[in-house]
Write a protein that binds this ligand. Structure first.
Ligand code: PLP
Length: 393
């Protein structure tokens, strides 16, 4: 009989089961929305990145339908061969204007925007100086580049400086941070890092996946939020979260974009977005500009919910964004908190190692513009009951 060469996977799975951190995937019965049916239960949904509620916005749906009808369901090719439609170019021009840069390139996801860009820009002789909590896609891109990777403690500009001081003069170096950290909801140390990049001649890059549509004027991101236009060479944004659809983009100089068109591997070797996705993103940018109420509501809800969790006595870390973690430490405890909240009608996903450090497991909450105050109060009441029951507060 053939030996199962994948038996080690069962060993791993059993181990996670024994640790109490293995759960089945939660399945949405219908749309992604603030109030959703998940696993056949009606819940207040605090786990999506649908910050502005755009996944179901009527204007985005209409534009997607129109593009499906006029342009079909797919592109049938990678961008660099036959998969570039005028609507992709229109989206890129629009994103460049939005980000106040010369040009932009759209990728199939934020993940490949980061990984494809970092690995294209840097090579074996280069150095990447990266915040320890940067997103996995940055880490993977850095590994693929074969550059030397140097990690500085979270948001520690002085530590980043010491790394840069120790490098030879003229060393090509990328300094990179998330704009908003996805598990903690705090902001990257962008202003201080930009000063370092100027002083040491580094390429400065920010991943604004969770800042797009959330921070800055009309959701332009952390560069706009901090007033750093012209000082960040490579800005990554996502179309998958606040913008409600799917994709990632890089905004920067014309030369950067021309280079990525020719060297970023996801651009060269993976089929482009269906035109309906590009159309949805264009509609999302229109709505961002013409309906400021979504961002306003997002921030009202953020302030209300964060203050509520803190008043209950939960440890919410240093969040400055709509992402508010409820840090409980042990992985199994975080999963139990999440399970019990779900039973009480609130979906807030438990997150454990390896997504976060072993002793920093948490339930992560994300409010959206489309939650009502009653939804959020309901969720706070559930947190109070379950948190008390588990002895967390
Ligand atoms: C900080 C950060 N960067 C990049 C990504 C990837 O974006 P996308 O979901 O569009 O691939 C994510 C999403 O999980 C993220 O949290």
């Amino acid at each position: 009989m053939r030996r199962n060469p994948l038996a080690y996977l069962d060993n791993e799975l059993n181990e996670w089961r024994a640790q109490g951190i293995l759960r089945p995937l939660r399945v949405l019965d219908g749309e992604q929305a603030a109030h959703a049916s998940i696993d056949h239960r009606s819940v207040v949904n605090l786990s999506s990145n649908n910050y502005l509620g755009f996944t179901t916005h009527p204007r985005l749906r209409e534009r997607a339908f129109a593009a499906l009808t006029s342009l079909g369901v797919g592109t049938g090719s990678v961008r660099s061969i036959a998969g570039t439609m005028e609507i992709h170019m229109e989206l890129e021009r629009r994103l460049a204007v939005f980000k106040r840069t010369e040009a932009a390139v759209v990728f199939q996801s934020g993940f490949v925007a980061n990984a494809g860009t970092v690995s294209a820009l840097l090579g074996r002789d280069d150095v990447i100086v990266s915040d320890e909590l940067n997103h996995a896609s940055i880490i993977d891109g850095a590994r693929l580049s074969r550059a030397t990777i140097k990690v500085f403690p979270h948001r520690d500009v002085m530590a980043a400086r010491r790394i840069l001081e120790a490098l030879p003069r003229g060393q090509r170096t990328l300094l990179i941070t998330d704009g908003v950290f996805s598990m903690d909801g705090d902001l990257g140390a962008l202003p201080g890092l930009c000063d370092l990049a100027d002083e040491f001649g580094c390429i400065m890059m920010v991943d604004d996946a969770h800042a797009s549509g959330v921070f800055g004027r009309e959701g332009r991101g952390t560069v706009d939020h901090f007033g750093l236009h012209g000082r960040v060479d490579v800005q990554v944004g996502t179309l998958s979260k606040a913008l409600g659809a799917l994709g990632g983009y890089v905004a920067g100089s014309q030369s950067l974009i021309e280079f990525l068109y020719r060297r970023a591997r996801p651009f060269l070797f993976s089929t482009s977005h269906p035109p309906s996705v590009a159309a949805t993103c264009l509609a999302a940018l229109d709505v961002l500009e013409s309906e400021p109420q979504w961002m306003e509501r997002l921030w009202q809800n953020t302030r209300f919910f964060k203050a509520g969790l803190q008043a209950l006595g939960f440890n919410t870390g240093g969040s400055e964004s709509p992402i508010t973690p409820v840090i409980v430490g042990d992985g199994a405890r975080a999963m139990t908190l999440s399970d019990k909240l779900f039973e009480a009608g609130v979906f807030a996903q438990g997150i454990a190692f390896p997504t976060v450090a072993r002793d920093k497991a948490r339930v992560r909450t994300i409010v959206t513009a489309t939650h009502t105050q009653a939804d959020l109060q309901f969720a706070l009441d559930a947190f109070k009951t379950v948190g008390t029951e588990l002895g967390i507060i």
